[in-house]
Design a protein around this ligand. Structure first.
Ligand SMILES: [Fe+2]
Ligand SMILES: [Fe+2]
Length: 271
């Protein structure tokens, strides 16, 4: 179930807790930025598109939306893209040439619905200057987050995600170890290439984020994180580089997982 709450004045979080059997929960977040040109950052997951649109309608008239900033084209980000574009002919999608190309593998979007931005470029929307950036970690080559220079809010896409036991409304409600461990695990899952990066180049990428001094970090898979957590967030992503690589269950492990889920279901059922 998608639910919504205010991440900061003028920014709604639309979130759903996505359980990963045997591991924990990953929040799936999208964000609505209010203002003269309302913008949605990502569009929820494919499996719950109807619910996402219903909840979005509860916080904004779809006809008022002007922009969708699509941080990348994964299934947990494009869920309601097509229905929202169909519902509002004025709505345009901020993405990259590569993002549009990947979307065209499902069905091309008309050129007038697209707006291309590359990392490093600026875009003024609703009076705010948004600087597009490639976050230090990502799982899709078209990934483009952004930093709002006026509000100092960082939209980091899949970077700074965490696997959690429960998902609070703010990242600073998590115990420090739970946040760090959940982030290291997530990063090894989402960016398995992190073990192969040149350490100096990776540290420089993390430093570029540190220098932004974000007041709020809004990641796709972490509760909203106030700026005072930035060193912890960056330290956790840095630690993923030397953490054990993630290896998912093999077939024997999968069978075991299915058995344990079945026995949990038996014990949980009332009769
Ligand atoms: Fe992703
Ligand atoms: Fe994602």
């Amino acid at each position: 179930m998608v639910r919504t709450y205010e991440a900061a004045p003028g920014i709604e979080t639309l979130t759903t807790p996505f359980p990963i059997p045997g591991y924990g929960i990953v929040p799936l977040n999208a964000f609505l930025i209010r203002g003269p040109e309302p913008m949605l950052v990502d569009t929820g997951a494919v499996f719950e598109s109807e619910d996402f649109v219903r909840v979005l309608r509860s916080v904004i008239d779809l006809q008022d939306l002007r922009w969708i900033w699509l941080t990348h084209t994964d299934f947990d980000h494009v869920g309601s893209l097509r229905p929202l574009l169909a519902a509002n002919p004025q709505l345009r999608v901020v993405t990259t040439f590569l993002g549009a190309g990947i979307l065209s593998l499902a069905a091309p979007l008309p050129p007038e619905r697209l707006y291309f931005v590359n990392p490093g470029e600026k875009l003024t929307i609703g009076g705010h200057t948004l600087v597009a950036l490639r976050p230090p970690t990502f799982d899709n080559p078209c990934t483009t987050g952004f930093f709002d220079e006026d509000s100092a809010v960082l939209f980091s896409s899949d970077c700074f995600g965490a696997l959690l036991a429960e998902v609070p409304d703010r990242a600073d409600q998590l115990r420090a170890e739970e946040l760090s461990e959940g982030m290291v695990f997530w990063t090894t899952v989402d960016a398995p290439w992190v073990h192969a990066v040149e350490p100096g180049a990776f540290a420089a990428a993390l430093d570029r984020i540190r220098r932004l001094q974000p007041r709020l970090i809004l990641g796709s898979h972490l509760p909203p994180a106030p700026g005072h957590l930035i060193d912890r967030l960056l330290g956790s992503v840095a630690a993923a580089r030397t953490a054990p690589p993630f290896v998912g269950p093999d077939q024997a492990g999968f069978q075991q997982l299915l058995q344990s889920l079945a026995s949990q279901a038996t014990h949980a059922s009332p009769g």
